[in-house]
Design a protein around this ligand. Structure first.
Ligand code: 6GU
Length: 247
């Protein structure tokens, strides 16, 4: 997969050189190219923003540098159209489902905005030719989309074939379709068996795989009720008991 990022803060994307994404790049599974939007600014001050039409606070990113940057990125490709991902708090929620969808595309281009956003005509223009996703990573406001690019890239990169050591590693992820669908992952333990007088749940030492699976599912259900009741139809004590009986 190829990923291009156009930003006024290229240094902000340096974490893409380390950890899982860095390793995927080093192994040739991921081709990441970061571009400075100011390379396509027109004046000696490299201006990329201006005041909003209609008035109001803040600044809006000018369309010309974005248009030229995106055209240049497109021209550096193999003739195919990339998928444009625009991180914005006004976008669709970024979900595991969208991560899976994006991981199946050969080429993503990220356009993270600073200030109050990018002139709307840029998104409208590219949406006529490219698949465009405006996505938000949660209900809070960041100073810019760069942190969201890091989040989305990591969520997508770990789904690429060959990136995770063990192909089974994301089968039981919270939010991934399959066995534990709709439930958060429960607690995990490793050695030593006693730490600061704290033991581990006995069932995990029983060697009884059926009991262990049932316990894990129950813990996942309880944690989901506590932390994400919106993911579970009923979280009252009766529903918990009913869940226990269903096991
Ligand atoms: Cl993608 N961008 C910004 N600036 N703020 C956000 C966001 C994105 N997602 C949640 N808050």
């Amino acid at each position: 997969m190829r990923i291009d990022v156009v930003t006024i803060f290229p240094e902000y994307l340096e974490p893409l050189n380390v950890s899982l994404v860095g390793k995927a790049r080093a192994r040739g599974l991921l081709d990441v190219r970061v571009h400075d939007l100011r390379d396509w600014a027109h004046d000696k001050h490299k201006t990329v923003d201006d005041t909003p039409y209609g008035g109001g606070p803040g600044m809006v990113m000018k369309p010309e540098p974005w248009g030229e940057a995106l055209d240049a990125v497109r021209a550096s490709g193999d003739g195919r159209e990339p998928v444009l991902v625009v991180p914005t708090p006004s976008g669709r929620p970024f979900t595991q489902e969208l991560a899976v969808e994006l991981s199946q595309r050969p080429w993503l281009v990220f356009a993270p905005a600073r200030y109050e956003g990018i002139d709307r005509r840029v998104i409208d223009e590219y949406a006529e030719r490219w698949e465009v996703h405006e996505v938000s990573i949660g209900d809070y406001v960041l100073a810019g989309g760069e942190a969201a690019v890091l989040v989305i890239t990591e969520a997508v990169a770990r789904l690429l074939p060959g990136v995770l050591g063990n192909a089974e590693s994301h089968r039981d992820d919270s939010f991934s379709p399959g066995a534990m669908a709709d439930l958060l992952e429960g607690p995990v333990y490793t050695k030593p068996p006693v730490w600061r007088d704290r033991t581990i749940p006995e069932v995990l030492l029983s060697g009884h795989h059926g009991k262990i699976a049932r316990w894990r599912r129950d813990q996942a259900f309880r944690r989901t009720c506590a932390n994400r009741p919106d993911l579970v139809e009923r979280c009252d004590p009766a529903a918990l008991d009913q869940h226990d009986r269903a096991l």
